[in-house]
Design a protein around this ligand. Structure first.
Ligand code: T1G
Ligand code: NAD
Length: 652
């Protein structure tokens, strides 16, 4: 078996190279190799300094998360890092790609850190329900200060090389060849400059008011997740205790969290997001090329999809039904780009480039050169079929045609074109340029390379793609329709919208289902219920409370009232009129209203999610329980640290 860690020495400089694809994770073999490298270079009198670098696309991206389920094996990472930090010859970490978690902790054990401009650095352990477990919470504040360290560790976000340089986290950004620059540095500055190991340094006490405010903000953002709070405790220890004691406390906390159900759930989702999008039938299938995208409809979704494509560097033609609708759609897109520029996500050159890549039309001829077209017009079968008929005539025969429908039968839409094999569903979530989830819906006749093109687009847009079969609402909307129905039942049984929403927020959802409906608009679901009325089983319980609200023109925020009243409170206030409609609905059905506890409410919601999930799996609409969890977490606000409804059912 090839050794993942190799050493070569030249001109008194040893180069230690880690090569453990795909992301140079710190497996037992890598830790073993590093420990041996310290012993070997310390023993070699010719070696004056050591450069540590990684082969492949990235520096160490962390501990090997797959090993977490096993008993910890020696050498343990903190010990390896202590060896590097305690070495008599300076170690220089040469960083490219993403230096994350245990990888950054190894770099913090080195005396110096150099990085390429595109490198990103971070301690994202909180995203796995953990905290750094190999000295990150003790060494980082000694290098960048406690406030910056707390933000990085509790926030779990990566920082750019520029930001890292400004924090003092890296000593140099090197433009040219990293290895060469590191060897030069090792022969020169590294030997001429004495710097204290981080564990030997003091940590500056932060301004107490600012510190308290920072901690309070983090606790508020945690919304029930334990690891950000543990990060605060660890940083408090780093400020209050001697370094070695703080290190021991960190390790204790790390092992507590490692067995915490929240960390198990977050690790489940981490790997589920990486496996859910893999389809066996697409192994080795080449996607069709796509440089020019057409988008039909410039409304909420169309404009969002156009922006997502432009932000990914694609050329886009937006087609609308008339000039007024087109300029309204173009304005939405321009506003989104301007916002992204204002927030520093894109610079002026990129903004100009994206505006240059964007054009509008009302004539289908403008789509004659498009490689892929995404339709996002009204949710009406006749309107969509008409659009696809026109697309069939206007587009290249090998152009991929996609629909963003929320519920409609994509196999039926595909029959509107001569070659249905070039039609698939690309179901984005609002706002499409932000939401990470993309359901890729595969109708029976879709060609493999058309499907592969959908996945390639998802990767290009930075989306988490999940394949879904054709049914009413695919995976996410179907499950949401089921638990929304259950929530309507609970209104008749004894709950009020604010009770259900409060239970969902306490459970960890960012927003309850009734507030969410008011945000999306009650009219979309109303249209769907009307469409389903003809096929609804006669014996199926039906709650007409939402219909009554819609008949009153209460479509939610966009009409100033829905389940809640937005006239006096922008967050929405409970409304006596709605309560009246609800209690009358119970009385009309002879239902005695009984208050429901938060646990009862959540038990019913999760129960329905799981039973609908099982049906979806049995029908082959979703290819795995993981796929359902990824959809619910990334598309419907299911709290990540609970893993998803199917994980909670013990299905994984
Ligand atoms: N361990 C094991 N496998 C990993 C891994 C890891 N840390 N990181 C990635 N992989 C696998 C992943 O499953 C996928 O496998 C492949 O690598 C490519 O990943 C002591 C305890 C690095 C930014 O949290 O954020 O250190 O699906 O598809 O989009 O304090 O992966 O191909 O079979 O995501 O280019 C802390 C986690 C660990 C970073 C690359 N580190 N990784 O993104 O590729 S805890 C992290 C990422 C820790 C110490 C503690 C991303 C990435 P497969 P990918 P990518
Ligand atoms: P919307 O009403 O905001 O926008 C629809 C746009 O389509 C309008 O600008 C309209 O002018 C245009 N249009 C209608 N008929 C057209 C035609 N024949 N040719 C060209 N343009 C035409 O609707 P939306 O919310 O953006 O929804 C669009 C589609 O996306 C629907 O199928 C919907 O179910 C789906 N969807 C919506 C959401 C959401 O949260 N709103 C999420 C996912 C999917």
């Amino acid at each position: 078996m090839t050794q993942p860690v190799t050493i070569s020495t030249q001109d008194g400089i040893a180069t230690v190279t880690i090569d453990n694809p795909p992301v140079n994770a710190l497996s037992q073999a890598v830790r073993q190799g590093l420990a041996q490298a310290v012993q070997q270079t310390e023993a070699d009198a010719d070696v004056r300094a050591v450069v540590l670098l990684c082969a492949g696309r990235t520096f160490i991206a962390g501990a090997d998360v797959r090993e977490f389920g096993q008993a910890p094996q020696e050498p343990h990472l903190p010990d390896v890092i202590d060896m590097i930090e305690g070495a008599s010859k300076p170690w220089i970490a040469a960083l490219h790609g993403t230096a994350l978690g245990g990888g950054l902790e190894v770099a913090l054990g080195c005396r110096f850190r150099l990085a390429v401009p595109s490198a990103r650095l971070g301690l994202p352990e909180v995203n796995l329900g953990l905290i750094p477990g190999a000295g990150g919470t003790v060494r980082l504040p000694r290098l960048v200060g406690a406030p910056a360290a707390l933000e990085m560790i509790a926030g779990g976000k990566m920082v750019s090389a520029d930001k890292a340089l400004s924090l003092g986290l890296v000593d140099r950004i090197v433009a040219g060849d990293l290895t060469q620059a590191a060897l030069e540095f090792a022969k020169g500055e590294a030997l001429e400059t004495t710097v204290e190991p981080l564990m030997a340094r003091d940590v500056a006490q932060p301004d107490s008011n600012a510190w308290e405010a920072q901690k309070a903000a983090i606790a508020k953002r945690a919304r029930g997740q334990n690891s950000p709070l543990a990060a605060i405790t660890a940083l408090e220890n780093a400020l209050a205790l001697p370094a070695d004691q703080a290190l021991a406390k960190e390790r204790e906390l790390f092992f507590q969290l490692k067995d915490d159900p929240q960390s198990l759930a977050l690790r489940h989702i981490f790997f589920a997001e990486r496996s859910a999008g893999k389809m066996l039938r697409l192994k080795g299938v080449k996607p069709r090329p796509f440089d020019e995208i057409g988008v039909i409809g410039g409304g909420t979704m169309g404009a969002g999809i156009v922006a997502a494509c432009l932000l990914a560097g694609l050329r886009v033609v937006m087609l609308e039904r008339d000039d007024d609708s087109l300029s309204a759609g173009q304005e939405r897109v321009q506003n989104t780009l301007a916002q992204s520029h204002k927030r520093g996500l894109i610079d002026a050159d990129a903004l100009a480039r994206m505006q240059g890549n964007f054009s509008g039309a009302t004539d289908y001829a403008a789509l004659g050169t498009a490689d892929l077209v995404i339709e996002a017009v009204f949710e009406d079968m006749a309107v969509k079929k008409d659009v696809f008929t026109r697309l069939d005539a206007a587009t290249k025969p090998d152009a991929v045609l996609a629909t963003n429908t929320s519920y409609l039968d994509i196999a039926e839409i595909a029959e509107a074109v001569a070659d249905p094999s070039r039609v698939l569903g690309l179901h984005f979530f609002s706002p499409a340029y932000i939401m990470k989830l993309l359901e890729i819906v595969h109708p029976p006749k879709v060609a493999d390379d058309v499907l592969a093109t959908g996945f390639a687009l998802a990767k290009r847009l930075g989306k988490i793609a999940v394949p879904a079969g054709v049914c009413d609402g695919f995976i996410g909307n179907r499950i949401m329709s089921a638990y929304r129905r259950e929530c309507d039942y609970m209104l008749e049984d004894g709950a009020l919208p604010q009770d259900v929403d409060a239970a969902m927020r306490n459970f960890g959802f960012a927003m309850g289902i009734f507030a969410m409906q008011d945000m999306a608009g009650l009219d979309i679901a109303w249209a769907m219920r009307k469409r389903q009325a003809a096929t609804r089983p006669a014996d199926m319980r039906y709650v007409d409370i939402p219909d009554q609200l819609c008949e009153l023109g209460r479509f939610g925020r966009k009409t100033g009232a829905g389940w809640y009243d937005y006239s006096s409170d922008p967050k929405g206030a409970p409304d006596a009129l709605v309560e009246g409609i609800i209690t009358k609905a119970s009385a009309d059905k002879g239902i005695t209203r009984v208050p429901l506890s938060a646990d009862e409410i959540m038990g019913r919601i999760i129960g329905v999610m799981q039973s609908e999930g099982r049906k979806i799996l049995a029908e082959g609409i979703a290819q795995s329980p993981e796929a359902i969890d990824v959809v619910m977490v990334n598309g419907y606000g299911f709290p990540r640290w609970r893993g998803g409804p199917m994980f909670m059912a013990g299905m994984e």
